[in-house]
Design a protein around this ligand. Structure first.
Ligand SMILES: Cc1cc2nc3c(=O)[nH]c(=O)nc-3n(C[C@H](O)[C@H](O)[C@H](O)COP(=O)(O)OP(=O)(O)OC[C@H]3O[C@@H](n4cnc5c(N)ncnc54)[C@H](O)[C@@H]3O)c2cc1C
Length: 401
């Protein structure tokens, strides 16, 4: 039921075909995978998902790159569509697809040909698993508080510090790591590096267990030496690279949320039209209809904001910070409400472990937190609104005072 007509103002003809093909592929190759219930199972299934995504060339939708001299920019609407489809079929598959993009985007944005040629072909084939290591225990929303340090020694950097809440920690082949090359400059002293998983001095020290299993954990850097050629982008410009990556990818988080919400709505429709109480299907009760109406209304609004942001990106907007923030904040919060309503409409059976809606209920929660919490998106949106208001209400008289 993922309806490409309601968002067609933001689509090109090829997106309609893509939408159909994605649904068919994911029903055959992703929806058939069992829902994993432990961290160990998630780590094994994550690699299997990556293999399937790579062999079927789906990772190409996630990566704007010039691989082997061949330029292809990312079409963010297609990338959103992939996440929407995967989110609906299996949230772990969505996360694995997204991390290939998140972990390699700084390399592609930086224009570093050497690192691109070395890593991106394997990322695209699903042979190299990527990860993005920004967060620390004491530096979450406040990225400027990062204390991992990269000290330059001749032709090498020496990394010391700890990263936490890192997706794919322990199973990735490389990490895109944000560390300070000049602690006295705070946010402006951050740089970005590629660290191979087998570098001496890098250790995966702890798996962090999520309620909806997804490989996550803590990394420790102890005198971990990397060549200066592993620096991604200019020294001191790491934060800009990280933020540009997150800007581009927030609409795709919104897409994943729409996919999960869509699945919850589909399950609610199937259940309420067949489950009978008081001698009629639940869907005949107006209170139930009101719930269904709220769900589809919020889902449509979320999809419109999501595809609007991706369309802005694809038509060449310089930055889509505000549109991306609106899409992420609205779609992830709406998806949480839609999934919660679906669970309520199912009654006790969807509160049972392993019910698909119960799994969605646990899976959606993290999307409101990672890649910038809802509150941080609200700050971004409000700052932009206030700046715009102040500028537009500036009178010539006020300027001269
Ligand atoms: C499943 C999952 C996967 C993740 N994967 C990765 C990954 O791959 N790589 C990576 O680097 N990180 C990852 N993260 C970390 C994630 O990006 C951080 O959890 C997130 O940025 C929030 O940081 P925090 O958890 O430290 O919360 P905090 O920053 O401590 O925030 C706690 C609360 O305070 C609020 N808050 C903070 N500052 C303000 C403010 N100025 N105004 C108002 N409210 C505020 C927040 O909105 C939040 O509600 C992942 C997290 C999860 C849950």
């Amino acid at each position: 039921m993922l309806n490409s007509r309601e968002i067609q103002a933001f689509l090109a003809p090829e997106h309609h075909d893509l939408s159909k093909k994605l649904v068919e592929w994911s029903e055959a190759h992703i929806a058939t995978l069992p829902i994993v219930e432990s961290d160990e199972e998630a780590r094994v299934q994550a690699r299997e998902i990556l293999k399937r995504l790579g062999e079927s060339n789906h990772i190409g939708y996630a990566i704007p790159s010039s691989v082997g001299g061949h330029q292809h920019g990312v079409d963010l609407r297609s990338c959103v569509m992939v996440r929407e489809t995967l989110g609906s079929a299996n949230p772990l598959a969505d996360a694995i697809f997204a991390l290939q993009c998140l972990g390699s985007m700084p390399i592609t944005l930086s224009g570093n040909r050497e690192l691109q040629e070395k890593w991106l072909p394997a990322v695209l084939r699903g042979e190299a698993m990527a990860a993005f290591a920004m967060t620390e225990f004491e530096a979450g929303s406040d990225v400027g508080a990062i204390t991992t340090v990269a000290r330059k020694e001749g032709e090498e950097y020496v990394l010391n510090g700890q990263k936490a809440f890192i997706s794919n920690a322990g199973i990735a082949d490389f990490y895109t790591v944000f560390a300070s090359t000049n602690p006295s400059r705070g946010r402006r002293g951050l740089s970005c590096f590629l660290v191979e998983a087998d570098r001496p001095g890098l250790q995966f020290t702890e798996a962090q267990i999520l309620s909806a299993p997804h490989p996550l954990g803590v990394l420790q850097f102890e005198s971990c030496r990397i060549p200066t050629s592993n620096r991604i982008g200019t020294e001191g410009r790491g934060l800009a690279l990280g933020l540009a990556t997150l800007d581009s990818l927030r609409p795709t988080v919104a897409g994943a949320a729409c996919g999960m919400a869509h699945r919850a709505l589909t399950e609610a429709l199937a259940h309420t039209t067949t489950r009978r109480q008081f001698d009629q299907p639940l869907s005949e009760f107006q209170l139930v209809q009101s719930q269904l109406a709220e769900m589809v209304l919020e889902l449509s609004a979320a999809r419109l904001l999501t595809y609007r942001a991706a369309w802005e990106h694809d038509r060449g907007a310089d930055r889509i910070t505000v549109e991306a923030g609106m899409a992420k904040a609205y779609a992830t919060e709406a998806a949480q409400r839609i999934i919660d309503r679906s669970l309520q409409l199912h009654g006790g059976r969807a509160a049972l472990a392993k019910h698909p809606v119960e799994h969605l209920y646990r899976s959606i929660r993290s999307l409101r937190i990672y890649e910038g919490t809802t509150e941080i998106q609200h700050l971004i949106i409000a700052r932009h609104l206030l700046d715009h208001y102040r500028q537009s209400s500036k009178t010539p008289e006020a300027d001269t005072q």
